[in-house]
Design a protein around this ligand. Structure first.
Ligand code: F0G
Length: 459
């Protein structure tokens, strides 16, 4: 079975390596000529924008007042910049995704020594991660293609998102997750949304390998981010961000890097918005990885972008515990196009940054916190200047991984890990001043007042 493209579509598929432009994608969404990834491009745009930029901006703004489901979605509201899906009204599956807040982070700004710091919180999507913006679009394309089954390999967020959209579209979903390496929160979502959930005794990269084999044999629609529809939907986070900033781009956007679909999507949107004159300059897009799961960092820093060496990944930020990222070539292109940087951060730096984002009243999951930790390093290196406007993309919700948070505040996060043997790191001021362990007291007023007074003295 192939995934047909409609002739009316404004988007066409193209291989990122050999440039082949197939009319349809095979089930693994890889180029049948050379095996590399496909992307959408928009031939019509070379002869002028889909509309005049000012007209597009006002159309999108007016849709916020509309009662139509597609207009209320923060993804479909920007459909002029997405490939056309035929008979969309019948096939669109939406949960009112997107429309995520942009928060000012004053305390984090102080910690990172920048004056103007915001976070776009993609964890405020319906299933609590950025995945929903790509999923609404790709799941709708699966529905339009008549698929009964959709499937993904996941470190957690993709599976929850896919399972929700499949359920809304009356499709069946198959989830492959690494056993014991994803949060209970995410597993519980996939179960409640009715997915067939297989916990495989392997890591994320092992799940991906099996899924790629599976889709070649069974009529199952692949919903990992190699699917170019996912990337198109995820572009809208950047479009919405620019709208929130009154189309005045920040100097820097910072994203976590795992399988590298999100950075590719945000970068693609920035480049396209520049081409269409929706923005006048490109922000620098920088990608941050955990030190224990840093194949892309090494690809850029050690191998000059020439090759990516897969690795056995390990980090407590389970969402980005990925050693063989599928979209590394797309992400590399984005770094080059926008002049962004790569950085890697330690487990302790991630944990501290997560608590700092929490202390600004925002909160996020560990993988998202690499952005603040990375910003501090980019600032130290002078790549980010004090006066630069910076936006962090927070990809997932604080409540995804309460275990991580509680262990951190109790000072137990690194127990039993090699980091615990390096007291200089664990007991550093970086973490201790941020820890707020729960206080267990007898049920009497005097004890609570004493705790309150002690907290006041220390504040
Ligand atoms: N942040 C969170 C919260 C994620 O869940 C992921 C990826 C990333 C960042 C990295 O994004 O892969 O596009 O570079 N999560 C995956 C999943 C892979 O299965 O949910 P990426």
């Amino acid at each position: 079975m192939s995934i047909a493209q409609n002739t009316e579509t404004t988007g066409k598929l193209r291989c990122i390596a050999c440039g082949a432009t197939p009319d349809s994608a095979s089930q693994d969404f890889r180029c049948t000529a050379c095996g590399d990834l496909l992307e959408f491009f928009f031939p019509g745009w070379t002869s002028g924008a889909p509309a005049d930029p000012a007209a597009l901006k006002s159309l999108w703004l007016n849709r916020r007042m509309s009662r139509e489901a597609l207009d209320q979605s923060g993804v479909w509201r920007f459909r002029e910049l997405l490939p056309h899906i035929p008979t969309l009204e019948e096939h669109a599956i939406t949960l009112d995704e997107g429309n995520t807040p942009l928060y000012h982070l004053p305390r984090c700004a102080l910690a990172a020594r920048v004056e103007n710091l915001h976070a776009k919180h993609q964890g405020m999507n319906p299933t609590a991660s950025f995945k929903d913006t790509g999923m609404t679009f790709a799941a709708s394309s699966a529905h339009q293609g008549g698929f009964r089954w959709v499937a993904c390999a996941s470190t957690g967020n993709t599976s929850a998102s896919m399972a929700a959209y499949a359920a809304r579209g009356s499709m069946h979903s198959l989830v492959l997750i690494p056993e014991g390496k994803i949060s209970w929160g995410k597993l519980s979502q996939a179960l409640d949304y009715g997915a067939l959930t297989c916990q495989l005794r392997t890591d994320f990269d092992g799940c991906v390998r099996i899924l790629n084999e599976l889709v070649r044999q069974k009529p199952v629609y692949l919903l990992n981010s190699v699917n170019p529809y996912r990337i198109e939907g995820q572009k809208t986070a950047a479009i919405e961000l620019m709208e929130q900033l009154a189309w005045e781009p920040p100097d820097h956007i910072i994203v976590p890097g795992g399988n590298l679909g999100n950075s590719s999507a945000i970068g693609k949107a920035l480049v396209e918005m520049r081409e269409l004159k929706l923005i006048s300059r490109l922000p620098k897009l920088s990608i941050i990885q955990a030190q224990g799961a840093n194949p892309f960092y090494r690809c850029v820093r050690e191998f000059g972008g020439k090759k990516l060496e897969p690795m056995a990944a390990d980090t407590l930020a389970t969402a980005i515990r990925i050693g063989n990222p599928a979209s590394w070539k797309k992400a590399l292109r984005v770094l080059q196009a926008t002049g962004g940087e790569v950085e890697q951060v330690t487990e302790v730096e991630i944990a501290a940054a997560k608590a700092e984002i929490g202390a600004d009243g925002v909160g996020c999951e560990p993988a998202s916190a690499v952005t603040l930790a990375g910003l501090k390093k980019l600032r130290q290196r002078g790549f980010v200047k004090a006066g630069d406007a910076v936006v962090l993309i927070l990809t997932g919700h604080l409540l995804k991984d309460p275990d991580f948070t509680i262990k951190f505040h109790r000072g137990e996060l690194f127990s039993g890990t090699p980091i615990a043997e390096t007291p200089a790191e664990t007991a550093s001021a970086q973490t201790e001043s941020l820890q707020r362990a729960p206080v267990v007291l007898d049920a009497n007023l005097g004890a609570v007042i004493a705790a309150l007074d002690a907290a006041e003295r220390n504040s």
